[in-house]
Design a protein around this ligand. Sequence first.
Ligand code: PEP
Ligand code: MG
Length: 745
Amino acid sequence: MADRTESESRKLLGRLRDTMAEQHAGQERLDRITHLTADSMGTEVCSIYLFRDDETLELCASEGLKAEAVHQTRMKLGEGLVGRVARTGQLMNTADAPSQRGFRYMPETGEEAYSSFLGVPIQRLGEKLGVLVVQSKEAREFTADEVYALEVVAMVLAEMTELGAFVGEGAALTARHTRPALLRGTTGQEGTAEGHVWLHEPRVVVTNLVTDDPVRENERLCAAVETLRVSVDELLAGAADPEQVQVLQAYRMFANSKGWMRRMEEDITRGLSAEAAVEKEQSSARARMNQVTDAYLRERLQDLDDLSNRLLRILTGQGKETGADMPSDPILIARNIGPGELLEYGRGLKGIVLEEGSVGSHAAIVARALAIPLVVHAGRITNEALNGDHVMIDGDQGIVHLRPDDTVVSAFRDKMAMQAQALERYASIRDIPCVAACGARVELHMNAGLMADLPSLESSGAEGVGLFRTELQFLVRNQMPRRTELAGLYRRVLDSAKGRRVVFRTLDIGSDKVLPYMKPNDEPNPALGWRAIRVGLDKPGVLRMQLQALLRAAEGGPLTVMFPFVAQYDEYRQARAEMDKALERERILGHPIPSKLSVGAMLETPSLAFAPRQFFQEVEFLSIGGNDLKQFFFAADRENERVRRRYDTLNVSFLTFLEGIVERCRETKTDLSFCGEDAGRPIEAVCLAAIGLRTLSMRPASIGPVKHLLMRTNLEELRSVIATAKDQGHQSVRPAVMAFLSDRA
Ligand code: PEP
Ligand code: MG
C-alpha cells in the first residue's frame, strides 16, 4: 500500500464511479462503496458514519464490522474517535487507536481487533455530513497518498449524499435536503408567508465527479480559468466604486494564484473531474472560513468562495437561468440582494429570506415598502434550501421553517388564519376616521418611497403620506435621475394621492444610504457624518434640482416639503432660503407656483428639541424621526443588532423628552407628527398619542392594527397611567401600559 501511485487512486475513483452508475437501492450503494474502498486500500474495515441529527452519528454501512451494528451503533458528536473527527472536521491517522484519548470501545461492532485507524470527515462546502473510516489490524500509520484517496472518496460520498444517491428503499437514510429545518434569523419585515423556494442564485449541481481522462479535464480547467480571468479583468476595467474594485482585485489575485491552480491540477491528476477539483478547493476554503475570526480574512475566503462559484458556472454551463419555472408562490432566498434586483422581482414575491442583509439595509427598506415579510441573517439558508422546497416564514419572529413537517404546517396555518381574521377586522374600520375611546381624533398617515407604495393609500385607509422618502428613487437607479424625470414622478405621486397631503422629504443620503453613482466618503461614523441636509447645504446642486422638480410637480397646487436631519435653526434657515430662491426662479421663468407651500423639518437630533423658540415659530411643521432620534438619544446604533433593542421607546427618559417636544410645539402652535417605525407599533403608538402626538405616520400595513387599538383606548386614562408609572420611578412605562391595556382587552 505504501507505494500507492496516483494512477491507483484514479483506479479507486474509477471503480467508485462504476458503482455509482449501477442501479442499486441507496443502502446497497453504501455497502458497495465500503466494500470497494476496503478492498482497494487493503484494509480489513471501511465504515460510513452519517449524521442522524445535528448531534448524533450513525453507522450506516460497514465492510468488516459486524453487520448487526449497522444502523444500531450511534455516537454523540465528540464521542469516541469517530465523534472527534466529526466535531473537529479534522482527519485522524493513528497506528494505535485504542491508546488515543477518547477512544471508545464498541463491543457490538467487534472492532477491538483493529489497531490502525484513519478517519476523514465527510463534508460538502464546509457542511458536516459524516465520517468515513478505514481500520486495519496491522499497526501502521496511513501514507499521505492513502489519506488523499480516502478524502476523495469522502468527497464523492458527500456529493452523492447531496444528490440523494443513498435514498431509497431499504436505505434507512434520508437525503439531507429532504429533512425539515428550522432557521432563526432577525425580523426584517413582519408578516407570515407560505410558499416555495426560489433561489436568487441557484446552486451549481455537479454530477460528473470522476474522470479517467485527466489531460482533457486539465484542459477544461485551464480554459475555464482563462475565461474567468478575462471576465474579472473586464469587470475591473468598468468598476468605479472602490469597494467593488477591492473585491475584484481580490478575485484577480485568486484567479492568478499558482497555488490554487496547482492544487486543482493535482486533484485532477488523481482522478477528479475539473468541477470536483474546484469544489474540493471551495470546500476547504469554507472549512477555513468557519474557523477564522479575522473579518478581513473571512472576507477574502468569501471572495474565493464566490470565485469558485463563478468557475463552476463556467465549467458546468449552469448560469443563473436553470430553466426551472418560478413557483407561483415564490419565497426568494438569497445570500444578499440589492434594492434594484428586489424591485425587479416586485410584489410577486410572497416572502424573502436573506442569509446576510441587515434590518436597515436598502433591500429591507424596499421589502418593507412592498410589505413583503422578510427575515434577515437566516443562518445557512442558501445551503439548506433547494429550488421548489416548501417553506414557511414567520417575519414576526424572524423564523424560517424549511420543508416543515405536518405539525409545523398546521400550527403555522392557524397563525396565518388568525392574522387573516385580524385583517378582516381592520378592513371593516378602514374608511372611518380614527377616534380614540375618549373622543380624541388621531390622524393616521403612511410612509412611502416608491410608486409601488401608493396603491396602499386606498387599501390601508391612510389619510395621507406623512413621509415620502425621496432617496429610494435615487437608490434604485444606476445614475442620477434628471429633473424632468423626477418632476414627472412626483406628479404621479400627487395624482395617486388624489388630494391627500403628501410630505416629500428631500434627499436623505449618507450614513447607510449610499448612492451607487456618488463617490462614497470614508467616514469613521457615517451615522454621525456628512448626511442628509448637511450634504444638501454643502453641495446644493442636487437639492436645488430636487426642489425645482417638486415645485414643477405641484403644477400650481399645494405642496409640502420637509428637510431631513436638521440639527440646528440655522440649517433650517439655509434650507428654507434654498426653497425661496427656487420659488423665485420659478416665478421669473413664469412657471406656476404652489397655491399653498408648507415647509417643515424632521426632528431627528436631540439638539433640535432645544432650538430657539423662533425656530419653532418659523417652521411650519415638525415631524419626529424617531428612528434616528432614538439612536442619538440613547447613543445606540439603529443598525447594530447588539444594541438596537437595548433601550425601550417607552423608557421614561425618552417619553419625558418627547413630552417636552410636544409641549414646545403646543406653546408655539407648531404642527407636530411622528414618522419613525414606533408609530406603527400599536402599543408605542397609543402611548405617543396619549402624550399628545395626534398625527402618526407609519407603514401602511400598520395602520389597521394601530387604529384598532387606538379606537379602544381612552388616551386620557392612559396618560395618567403613564404619569403614575413615571412617578413610581420605573425605568419603562411598558409594564404599566400593558397591564392597563390588557384590563380593557
Ligand atoms: C427616522 O429617522 O425616524 C425616519 C423616519 O427617517 P429614516 O428612517 O428614513 O432615517
Ligand atoms: Mg431618519
